[in-house]
Design a protein around this ligand. Sequence first.
Ligand code: HEM
Length: 496
Amino acid sequence: MLSLILCTVSCFLFIWWKWEANYRRLKTYKLPPMYPGLLPIIGHAHLLIGNTTRLWTTVQKFAKEALAQGGVITAFIGQDLYYIIADPEDSVTAANACLHKHFAYDFGKPWMGEGLVLASGPVWRRHRKLLNPAFSLQVMHSFLGVFNAQARRQVSHFDWQVGKGKFDHLTSLKHIALETVCLTAFGITAEEDKDFNNLYMAAVDQILNIIALRFSNVWLQSELVYSFTRLKKKQDEVIKVLNAMSTAVIKRKKELMKSVPRSEWEEQRKRSGIKCKALMDLLLELSEENTLTDKEIREEVDTAIVASYDTTSCLLAYIMMMLGTHPEAQEKMYQELQEVFGGSDRDVTKDDLPKLVYTDAVIKETLRLFPTGPVGLRYVDKDVQLKNYTMRAGSQCALMIYGIHHHPSWGPDVNQFRPERWLDPNSLPNQNMFAGFSIGKRACMGRTFATISMKTTLSHVLRQFKITADMNELRLKIDFLLKPVSGSLVSLDRRY
Ligand code: HEM
């Protein structure tokens, strides 16, 4: 017993000594101000422990402190030094210099492997270049037929709720968004088994929650400790469901391609209006050429599904709630739609898209206040010079997108929902101030996809319904993405 106590005390003293030595070494550099509440050994980790609602509160506090201290602060999580950056210029510098993702992204690798969001180094560079053509404006415009059809399906889902009071509109938005990515990026009809889709979407929610919990509860970061937990068992179950989706998508696409000769397939694609290769066609072509392995294809399919449907549906939910809370903004948007569509319920065309200026402002303003990806975490693999500090190689950095969006340069009404601020580009602070689709070389590849599909959905929904909501009811958490815990409720009345 005595030897066990002695052993535990010695281990503790050794860890403490190591932590102190590391801390004293780093303090010899000119560091940005330290966030209050530093404790020996664990640093600021105690502020992150708990559920992911608490994590969201802590992230907001870190961002506000960074802004109060001139844009950059530091914190320790265990031994790791973090540069927490809310200064827009420094964020761009850091985002472009540090292309390596933080180790927390590895927690998602049993699911998405080296897919674009998680990959680093040469794999990321190669895949980004290979997949880039699938996100061109031409490809996105060719999806407009599907976006319109899906927006009409969304309207018919919402029809059931008219006049019935508040309902949770996120579930329906998610279903339609999942179908949309299958129809566009993968060129297949979505899984018709509703139960399977529900199971899949629940599994996505669970895995994102698990990843966030592993980051915030630091003892779970050790693979050894984690392997003995119930959370790990849950993860294994959930991953089986997640992989079943990408396997089904690839299988269905391959069957579809086999059922018709190649020449006819190409002809069909031309007839469907898709002139360049959509993501799945490109992936399968790269597989035929042996440029990508089957495993890499599955990982990119997993990545594209979740990167697209979960983000766009959450943002659409926030936008509808914002419009429901701000009837004057909703009325302005409705007036714009009346002007562009001349009072008809016709489909959105590519010529309409640039005319939807106020709609675009509503999307950006909501994303500014509710950034779907509120923080980007990166590994600092070399010394990086910021405006006033040098980030040291071997440390970590947090790009505080939420902080950038609340920077004082936005003006005294920074916390208010005011889409009008986007209407005069000259009155906007510089372009680095908007980081809703992230910033720098690793910014979102699906920005155009997301913007066109959301504009199309909103154009159809707003022409049909008047929305009422109360944004104060919304409770948020960071499950990797900024997600509602509860209260994503709206009520709908028909316009006519
Ligand atoms: C409202 C919708 C969307 C928002 C707000 C959004 C936001 C973001 C953000 C913040 C990142 C950086 C993530 C990080 O560094 O951790 C990102 C990356 C990414 N997004 Fe999106 N996204 C959206 C929709 C989409 C869609 C529709 C697609 C695909 C069809 C997509 C594909 C990607 C990919 C592939 C990356 C990784 C890029 C890289 O690391 O090189 N996103 N997105």
